[in-house]
Every structure is written in C-alpha cells, then in structure tokens.
Ligand binder design. Structure first.
Ligand code: FAD
Length: 303
C-alpha cells in the first residue's frame, strides 16, 4: 500500500528499489547552433524510451526563438513520438500575434501549451505589458482557450515569484491561472523537499485542486544555478555550496554529486506522495536519465 511504499522509500537503503510508478516530463530549450541541435536531439532520443507524458520546449525572451521553438516542438512530437508542449509568453507581442503563434501550433497538431507571462526584455527591471498584449499568464490562458481547446500548463513558485507582493498574492495568481483553464502547474526549481510540501499544502488550502508538478533541476554547473537562483528567488541551501566546493574542475565527480542530490530530493518527494516529476534537462539527458532510473523507471519496449 502507498503508506508502506512511502516508508520504504525513506527507510530502506538508498534506492532499495522504487517501483517506478511515476510519470515524468522533460524540458528542453531551442538550440542556437547545429551542434547544440545535435546534442538536443541525442538527448531527446535517449529520454524517449522512458515514455515521458510530454516534453516541452522553452520560448526565448521576447519571442526571439519563435521559429526554433516551433520546429523543435513539432519534431519531438512527430519524429520522437513524444507528446510535445510549446512554451509561449506574452512578452513584446500583441494578442493577435500570440494567438497566431498558437493557431500555428494547433494546425501542426500540437495540443499542449505551457503558458507564461515571460520576463522583461534585457535591461528592463520591471515587467511592462505590451499595450496590445496579454498582461499576464492568466489573460494569456483565457486567450489561448479562445483559439482552441489546448491543454495548458503554467508556472508556480514555491518560494514566491520575485514580482509578487507576498506569497498569498502569488497563490491567488496561481488560482486565477487554474480558473482560466490551466490543468497543471510546474514549479520553479527548488532544493528542499519541505519547500514543495509547504507550497502544496498552501495551494490546497487556497482551493487549488489542480496538479502541481515539482520542477527538478539537476545541477550542471553550480555557478550557473547560483546565478539563476538569484534571479528567480530560489534559495540555495548552505549544505549545497559545501557539496560542490572544489568540484569546478572535476566535471565527472560533479555529475555524480548532482545526480545524488537530485535523486535524494526526488526520493523524498516520492515518499511525500509525489508521482509526477518534471525535469529541467538543459538539453542533456544523462543526469535526468540516471535520476529516473534511480526512481525505478525503465525504458519501455518500442513497437
Ligand atoms: P504570471 O503568472 O502572470 O505572474 C507573474 C507575477 O506577477 C507573479 O508574481 C504574480 O503574482 C504577479 N501577477 C500576475 N498577474 C497579477 C495581477 N493581475 N495582479 C497582481 N499581480 C499579478 N520564461 C520564458 O521567457 N520562456 C519560457 O519558456 C519559460 N518557461 C518557464 C517554465 C516554468 C516551468 C517556469 C516555472 C518558468 C518559466 N519561465 C519562462 C519564466 C517565467 O516567464 C517568469 O517566471 C515570469 O517572470 C513569470 O511568468 P508567469 O507565467 O509565472 O507570470
């Protein structure tokens, strides 16, 4: 039963064998060069046998990757056979322009959008909506639902979005996104399981019953994660800095440490009842693959 499964996940020796009764999804970003494109595609092909429920492709600031995001999303769905989701933001675009992008996705057979407000373009510190555009993600969702009946995922912030006056306002905003038609929220990355559990409890308390999937960021470069965490308000636990100390020039050791940290986070989330995981792959398959494997997931037979 789930109770004893949870206990076993925590009490047993590290990865005494989880049953693999989880669902995963993978996030990629659109490649800038042919070489990066090859890396991405190798990663997609490595992860595809894990039968993810979807793979998503991010959207560059201000729509700068519009065509590349579109191409990758369609290719992932058509060639790798993974249901694909396109990230889409409201930045620097009119409603008509955004609707047009969405319509193209629908025509290409893409049925799932990760709907985001987006960040201000480089240099600007505050977000200012485009005068003819959607003001925030909730408005974008309503617009998308008018275009077609997309499945919609949105962003959620266990440690509160930096623009939000307080955690309650941020939660109210998340509720508006579900009310507008989102079926799932994917969280910003975080490193302490309790951070996610507290957020899940507060969301339930606010009347949010939709799915909240933890976004897991395996650390590729600790310096890069520190930078990203600073921008998005994710706390870096003091123990983490200690664990990566001295590993800057030791990529292989660093990868093993990263996999251990992320797998331990996932194991604790699993013990707390989480069965869905979203991985920020940064277009590299190995860490995400290893963590899924430790969680008991095995490749499905093809054909
Ligand atoms: P919103 O939900 O609109 O909210 C943003 C902030 O404004 C929140 O603090 C909210 O509380 C506040 N707010 C919104 N509406 C109101 C209102 N009416 N009144 C008061 N306050 C309000 N960025 C990209 O550019 N491309 C991507 O592909 C991308 N993918 C992402 C994927 C995930 C899983 C996550 C977690 C983030 C992603 N981002 C991406 C980053 C995201 O665009 C930024 O975090 C952005 O600053 C907020 O987007 P949002 O959709 O959460 O905005």
């Amino acid at each position: 039963d789930p109770q004893s499964e949870a206990q076993r996940a925590l009490d047993g020796p590290l990865f005494s064998g989880l049953p693999g009764d989880i669902e995963v999804s993978f996030e990629f970003f659109p490649p800038k060069t042919d070489k990066m494109g090859e890396t991405l595609w190798r990663s997609v092909e490595t992860l595809a046998p894990l039968a993810p429920r979807f793979a998503s492709v991010t959207y560059g600031a201000g729509g700068s990757t519009r065509a590349r995001t579109h191409d990758q999303v369609v290719r992932i769905q058509n060639e790798a056979g993974i249901p694909a989701a396109a990230h889409l933001t409201c930045v620097e675009a009119t409603r008509e322009e955004v609707d047009e992008v969405a319509r193209h996705y629908w025509e290409a057979g893409i049925r799932h959008i990760v709907a985001l407000r987006g960040d201000p373009p480089d240099g600007a510190s505050r977000y200012t909506p485009h005068p003819g555009g959607y003001a925030n993600a909730a408005e974008l969702i309503a617009g998308l639902k008018n275009v077609a009946d997309f499945e919609i995922s949105v962003a959620a912030y266990p440690e509160c979005h930096p623009d939000s006056p307080d955690a309650q306002a941020d939660l109210d905003n998340l509720k508006r996104k579900f009310d507008a038609g989102a079926t799932r929220a994917i969280t910003q990355f975080f490193f302490e399981p309790d951070c996610f559990f507290a957020f899940r409890d507060r969301a339930a308390g606010a009347g949010i019953s939709g799915e909240i999937v933890p976004g897991v960021m395996p650390v590729m470069s600790f310096a890069a994660v520190q930078r990203m965490a600073g921008l998005c308000g994710t706390a870096i636990p003091p123990w983490m800095e200690g664990l990566f100390e001295g590993l800057d020039e030791r990529p292989e050791a660093r990868q093993l440490v990263s996999a251990t940290i992320a797998a331990e986070l996932c194991r604790r989330l699993y013990a707390g009842g989480v069965r869905q995981f979203h991985f920020y792959t940064l277009n590299r398959a190995e860490l995400s693959y290893a963590i899924c494997h430790l969680l008991g997931l095995r490749p499905k037979e093809h054909g």
